[in-house]
Write a protein of this length. Structure first.
Length: 457
């Protein structure tokens, strides 16, 4: 197997700097070479051509007596002004500002022009001639000379555009390279954050990044071992809780049996009241222990029995059980059933227990002579079950946390003691069936509203 070559971040940044400098040099050299080629092809003149023409005209003006013969042949690219010794203008091709600057140039030698233009003074015996010419390369073509920027400006603009374009491309190239090198780190971080440790650590050719990946690999192995130990410990705790809950059923059965025997004996009214309290508490404890056992099974990997079952039959059983619960508190039960599915796929026993837990909560929190509404209907290929009571409703804190295990509101809706398992168990079962459990308050009657949504297929 070939050894993969690694480089350091320092080497990467040195390479970036070198490539940046070389690119900027090329961005200047290439336009310069093009400029030389254009000049050699005869499209432009060199920067000293106008100066040589002006000096040639000046030498002729000094030697000749017939100035008009020379002035009539001055090219258009060179402007002039002819004036007497008193600065009276005789003839000119300059504008007013240029003439004014030319007079200042003759009087005090001040050149008010920019760096690209020059004055040349021809001092004749009885007059002055000032020539104005452009320093820099010029076009042979008059149209180009008139409408295009100067060659130097075009050269500078091309150099600036080249430099900016090269810097952008170089940054994009190195950014993409760094992104690819960082991809294994980002992938490893994402997998660890989702608690997935069954993945292969990638490779980076940058030494510092590779060191991070090696650390990730070591951390992954250590974390995997730690999670295995934690999982075994949690499994043991869950098994112990399940066994303890199962063992509690026996003494509770004995207690309930003795309570039943006591009920058959002759008791005073006060004793009967105490016996009734004990019997109700025993039944309540039996229900809680049943929930704990079921939760322990689910936490330890309880295997759900998914199969199609007759939902209308299940719903009739739920309604009958709900009527029994409501009878004790004289609660008015409203059962509104719409169009429902014939068959539902899932674990029938757990779905029934989840729905009954929600209904039991509703009965518990509904005052005597109150009202409970349960209904089931189809909405967009989903089975929607609603349980609405006429109690005080959920508090703001309960709406956020009521589905959490062992959650108990600081002030229960009816002041009764409970252990926060019913809604947690219902939520766990419904989520396993890819459904939703929604807790809200009924705006109309201010009671609690629990909605179960289950997919039909």
């Amino acid at each position: 197997m070939a050894i993969k070559k690694e480089i350091t971040l320092r080497a990467v940044f040195w390479r970036f700097l070198i490539e940046l400098l070389l690119g900027l040099v090329l961005a200047i050299i290439v336009p310069f070479i093009i400029f030389i080629i254009v000049t050699s092809c005869g499209l432009t003149k060199d920067s000293n051509s106008n100066e040589r023409i002006a000096q040639n005209i000046a030498s002729k003006l000094i030697k000749t007596d017939n100035i008009n013969s020379v002035m009539s042949h001055i090219p258009k690219k060179i402007n002039y002004v002819e004036m007497d010794k008193s600065y009276n203008i005789i003839s000119s091709s300059m504008n007013k500002q240029e003439i004014k600057d030319a007079i200042s140039f003759v009087r005090d030698g001040t050149n008010l022009l920019d760096s690209e233009n020059r004055y040349l003074l021809v001092n004749r015996e009885d007059e002055y001639v000032i020539l104005l010419y452009h320093i820099g390369s010029v076009y042979y073509n008059q149209w180009m000379q008139r409408y295009l920027p100067s060659i130097e400006k075009i050269f500078i603009m091309v150099v600036i555009i080249n430099c900016i374009t090269y810097c952008i491309l170089l940054v994009k190239y190195f950014a993409e390279k760094f992104r690819k090198q960082l991809q294994p780190i980002l992938y490893a971080t994402r997998e660890v954050s989702t608690e997935n440790l069954d993945f292969k650590i990638g490779y980076s050719s940058i030494k510092e990044f590779q060191d991070i990946l090696i650390s990730f690999s070591e951390m992954k192995m250590e974390l995997s071992e730690s999670l295995k130990k934690q999982w075994k410990s949690e499994q043991m705790q869950k098994e112990q809780i399940a066994l303890l809950a199962h063992d509690l059923k026996t003494p509770l059965t004995v207690i309930q049996g003795n309570i039943d025997l006591l009920e058959e004996t002759k008791l005073s009214a006060e004793q009967k009241e105490y016996i009734q309290y004990a019997s109700e508490s025993s039944v309540q404890m039996t229900q809680y222990i049943g929930i704990i056992i079921e939760l322990s099974k689910a936490a330890m990997g309880y295997k759900y029995h998914f199969e199609e079952f007759d939902f209308p039959t299940l719903w009739n059983d739920i309604v009958c059980k709900t009527k029994t619960l409501c009878y004790r508190k004289h609660i008015d039960l409203q059962n509104n059933i719409g169009v429902i599915c014939r068959y539902l796929k899932g674990d029938q026993m757990l779905i029934e227990r989840a729905i009954m837990n929600i209904i039991s909560n509703a009965v518990e929190h509904t005052p005597e002579n109150g009202e409970i509404l349960i209904n089931a209907n189809l909405e967009k290929h989903m089975l929607k079950i609603q349980v609405i009571d006429s109690g005080k409703g959920f508090s703001k804190e309960s709406l956020k946390h009521a589905k959490q295990r062992f959650y108990m509101d600081k002030q229960n809706r009816n002041g009764s003691m409970h252990f926060g398992m019913g809604l947690y168990f219902a939520s766990l079962v419904i989520e396993k069936h890819k459904g939703k459990l929604i807790l809200t308050n009924n705006n109309k009657d201010k009671g609690a509203k629990v909605v179960i949504i289950l997919p039909i297929k």
